[in-house]
Structures are given as C-alpha cells and as structure tokens.
Design a protein around this ligand. Structure first.
Ligand code: SF4
Length: 373
C-alpha cells in the first residue's frame, strides 16, 4: 500500500516493532542516529537540544530491545571508508568531486537530476546501512545469534531513510539489512505509549560491540559534520589546537543556516577545495556551477535538510530558531565531551576491522552499484 503522507507505513512499522519485541525467539536491535538524541528530550520537558542518549538507551532497554547500538559507531566506519575512497580517487585520477552518499534524499536527487554524476557519488553505504549490514552479519554467526532471528530497527531523524532501507542496495545476501525505520516523532509516540516517565530515567550506556562512536561520528547530525570528520581523519594529530583549527576552517560556517560553504584545506601539497551544502535548491546551484566548469571542487557534502539531520523531516516539527540552534549546540556539545574525537582512534572500530570484518569490507560497507530509489 502506498500512502502519500507516509501515515500507513508509519503505523505499520510501529506495530511490527512491537510485535517483534513481544516475540521471545527474536533478538531486536536498535540503532540510534546522532540527531535523534538532541530532539527527544524537548518532548518530555527537558531542555531543548540537550543530548539524552543515555535516557534513550534506558527506555529502549525497558521497551524490550535486546541491544542498543549507536549510529555514531557506523558513522566512524563511514569516515574510514569514505576517506580511503577519496584519497584513492585523488591519487589515481578517479571521478572527482567526490559526492557524499549518507543523505538518501541527496543521492536520489543526483540520480534523477544529474545522472552524469552518478559515478561521483561515494560508494559508501550510509551509517544506517553500514550499521545494519555489519550487525546482521555479526548475528549470522550461530554463536552470536543463539538460535534467535535478528530484527534491526533504526531510529532516525529522517523519513527518507525509510526509502533508503528498501533500496536494492540495502540488502545483503538477499536479506533486507534494516528491517524497520522509526522516525524521532514516531519514537516519541512509542515512549508515550509505554507510560514511562522519560525525563526521570537514569542514563544507560549503549551495548557492546557497536555502541560506541567518536565525536566525529556524532557530528554527522549537522551539515558539515561528515566533512569535518573526514578532515579530522586525514589531518594528523588530535590535540585541542588541531581540532579547533579544523572546526574554524570554514566547515561549520558563520551564518545561520550555513547554506553553501566553500573553503580549502591543505593536504599533502594540494589545496583541497571543498563545498558543504544545505538544501537541495542550493545543491542544484552548486552542481550547475560544477557542470559548467565555473566551480571546481574535490569534495562536495550535501545534506538535503537545511542545517542537516537535526532538522530532518522525521524530527518534531515547529522548531523555531532557538530550538534549531539548541539542537546544533547539543550535537557539538556531545562532541566536546566525547573522549575520542576521531574514527581511527575508536578501539571498537579498529577491532572490528581486525576481526570479523576483515575481507568483508567491500561487501558490507559499500554499494556495489548506484541505486537511488
Ligand atoms: Fe535525512 Fe535530511 Fe539527514 Fe538527508 S539531511 S539524511 S534527508 S534527515
């Protein structure tokens, strides 16, 4: 059934998740995107924009989720893979500019509006896609699954992620990696249905082995976060001064919405020209300039929603300027307090590469062909 408002699929997803949670033979796993944690608290009387990831983990455990993972973890994987792909293209004359691939609305837009640039889109799966593919693979091992079926539920700020989860390239071995996508507003409704006093919950930590992301993974929630995390990965050093100089290189912008930000970063004797874009109308402008040869970039990050995922279509609506600013601050504050700032310093990411992911990186972390619908 297709419902143009999305209402039917929303109801279907929630009911299916409750059913999975009630099935003792099913292991139900949650992943929580960075932008969700700064938008839930406001609905329960907590300060707007405050990161409430610990309370989210607690409420998901109480609902019956067996494991709660952090999409910031798979954002770290995305950065490792996307940086490697970028450097490979740079050194070996591959298609540039590299276009980021983590926003499904943008990927769809490129496929339909700028088909000549399909090969410029990074082959990396989105953090949602990587997390689900890796988790499903981990629980395919009978030692880990212990005879239970695995259902993967993704908590996202985004309605387009529902469409991404059903794309042909979001399947591994014929199995859909992300079973259900629940938006932040649906999640808030689910919490209300439980009657749990969310504001009073004690924070809990996410589960091992995919529950820990670096600060670089968390800032994916705002426009420019992907690029900033890539630069952190490429530039040596992780001292305060280095991180501050990266934050001030232009990637965060100095205007309210940061709609189109252009800046350059020196790397290995080359000035990398980078463009960070919010909103598809602005993306069109930038792509037309690239097409005509007026602009020349090495890397373009586009987030379809203005200010990025913190203002996604699945977030609580009617967010005024103060709420928008508070969510953005909440994301950067979560990064500020993160002990680990760079993806390659996340010990869980490194042990994954050295462990069961070895030899499966291409299969689980990349799209094998461009697909936008
Ligand atoms: Fe979804 Fe908007 Fe984020 Fe793109 S920018 S992934 S459409 S919430």
């Amino acid at each position: 059934i297709f419902c143009p408002t999305g209402a039917i699929s929303i109801r279907h997803n929630r009911e299916a998740v409750w059913e999975a949670l009630a099935d003792p033979d099913t292991r139900v796993i949650a992943q929580v995107a960075p932008a969700v944690r700064v938008a839930v608290g406001g609905a329960f009387g907590l300060p707007k924009g405050k990161s409430v990831m610990g309370k989210i983990v607690n409420v998901l455990h109480r609902m019956g989720f067996d494991e709660v993972y952090d999409t910031a973890f798979s954002a770290d994987l995305t950065i490792v893979e996307e940086s490697a792909e970028f450097l490979d293209r740079l050194k070996n004359g591959g298609k540039l500019p590299l276009l980021t691939s983590c926003c499904p609305a943008w990927v769809k837009f490129v496929g339909e509006q700028f088909p000549d640039y399909r090969e410029n889109v990074s082959t990396c799966r989105s953090p949602q896609g990587m997390m689900s593919a890796v988790t499903k693979e981990y629980f395919r091992n009978p030692e880990n699954s212990q005879g239970k079926k695995t259902v993967m539920v993704s908590f996202m700020p985004c309605t387009a992620k529902k469409m991404e989860a059903k794309r042909p390239n979001s399947f591994t071995n014929g199995e859909q990696d992300t079973d259900y996508v629940i938006t932040t507003t649906e999640f808030i409704d689910m919490i209300r249905m439980t009657g749990i006093d969310f504001a009073e919950l004690e924070p809990e930590s996410s589960d091992i082995p995919f529950g820990f992301g670096s600060g670089g993974g968390v800032i994916f929630g705002v426009t420019g976060g992907v690029t900033e995390a890539v630069i952190r990965h490429l530039v040596p050093g992780h001292d305060k001064a280095t991180l501050e100089s990266i934050a001030e290189c232009g990637v965060r912008g100095d205007d309210e919405d940061g709609l189109i930000r252009e800046f350059s970063v020196p790397y290995g004797g080359t000035e990398l020209n980078i463009c960070v874009v919010s909103g598809l109308a602005n993306a069109r402008k930038v792509m037309e300039q690239v097409q005509s040869g007026e602009k020349n970039y090495h890397l373009i990050e586009v987030m379809a929603c203005r200010r990025g995922c913190i203002m996604g279509g699945g977030q609580p609506r009617l967010a005024g300027d103060r709420t928008k600013a508070a969510r953005k601050e909440g994301i950067y504050r979560a990064d500020n307090v993160a002990v680990i700032k760079k993806c390659d310093e996340n010990p869980m990411v490194m042990s994954l590469y050295e462990g069961f992911l070895k030899g499966k990186e291409h299969e689980l972390l990349h799209n094998h062909e461009f697909c936008s619908s």
